[in-house]
Design a binder for this molecule. Sequence first.
Ligand SMILES: Nc1nc2c(ncn2[C@@H]2O[C@H](COP(=O)(O)OP(=O)(O)OP(=O)(O)O)[C@@H](O)[C@H]2O)c(=O)[nH]1
Length: 367
Amino acid sequence: MDRPFSLPPRLRHYLLGSDNLPLFYQVHHTLLLLTCVFLAISATFNFAYLDIPFIYNWILLANSLMQIVLWYFSRYKQQFKRMAIIYVFNILFVSLPLNWFMDAGSYGPTLAFTYIAVIYCTVVLYEINYFRLPIVFMMVAQPLVLIQIEHIHPSWILTYTQPEQRYEDIMICNLISLMLMIAMMGVYSRKLNHEINRANQYARRLKQISETDSLTQLKNRSFILDIFRKIFTTSYHLHVLVVDIDHFKHINDSYGHSSGDQVLVQVAACMQKYCHQHGALLSRYGGEEFIIIAFFQTFAQTVDLADHLRRQVATLSFSHCENVTISIGVAQREKHDSHHQLIKRADQALYQAKRHGRNRVCVTPAS
Ligand SMILES: Nc1nc2c(ncn2[C@@H]2O[C@H](COP(=O)(O)OP(=O)(O)OP(=O)(O)O)[C@@H](O)[C@H]2O)c(=O)[nH]1
């Protein structure tokens, strides 16, 4: 979802990198580009308004150019981590100390930049973990050291010549710090949302895979048993059908395993069509066996469905092998049944169907 201030996707890709990159890449590239712009603005502002040694402004400009180089190598030469380390060292040992001495020390705006740098290191650099903690420690310690130096050698600090300069400088630098932070957090939250959506998609896909039989695309055994357990406590009108393809081993042995697979797929699709029409749940129970949970008011309706399925499967024709038939065992829920007992009784009925010649429906009598 694009927000009002987001860049056009192609420009964002060109400047910040692909959306599929790890979270902190785009944040880091945003920060490099903004640092470059702000350093250039600071140097220009100093040249125009402040009485600061020219050498300092040239260092600012050189530093600004260096950010572009870092961005280029990070964005286009896959040297992200190396460039991030150089960037942080530059901030820690060049930019912040220089700013401190040239821009009024604790009286000036450097501390605001230090806070942004600490946020950057703690939030964004988590993928370079070995490097992050020592750097955060040094960033926290650095102002303490600089304050001590300022205390011992106040003359080393270049301060404002007029009070208005301080107000302007603080105002501009605070604005820059806030913009850096907003940009960093904005990109960070956008990327975070993107990653959360991706994780949710994977979770949904994994759930679907774990519930589905890959050959027939029916729900699998663990899914149906789970559902069965849940509805067993609330639905009394429960009927179970256990379905088995007759002489399936013969199909495999005579026409090959892939023909057997094809039979399974077609039989499953045929039964699914009718189960769906009658609100019954069909799943592959394992091998060439299927299980159906039906919710009819009367047992006779369930037996009708079973017989209908048997007749429909018998009419199926297959490109690589002979027709097949199915046997079905049907059981209805009794008062003190557990769901295991109900399935077991349907299985016993199936066994009867097989024993009495196959291609038939057998039911277990009520106990
Ligand atoms: N092609 C294929 N065959 C499978 C699959 N799962 C199990 N089988 C085969 O299904 C056959 C089941 O055979 P049996 O349990 O002996 O039963 P049957 O030959 O169907 O005989 P009756 O059930 O007594 O009618 C075995 O040969 C298994 O290897 C599968 O996913 N694909």
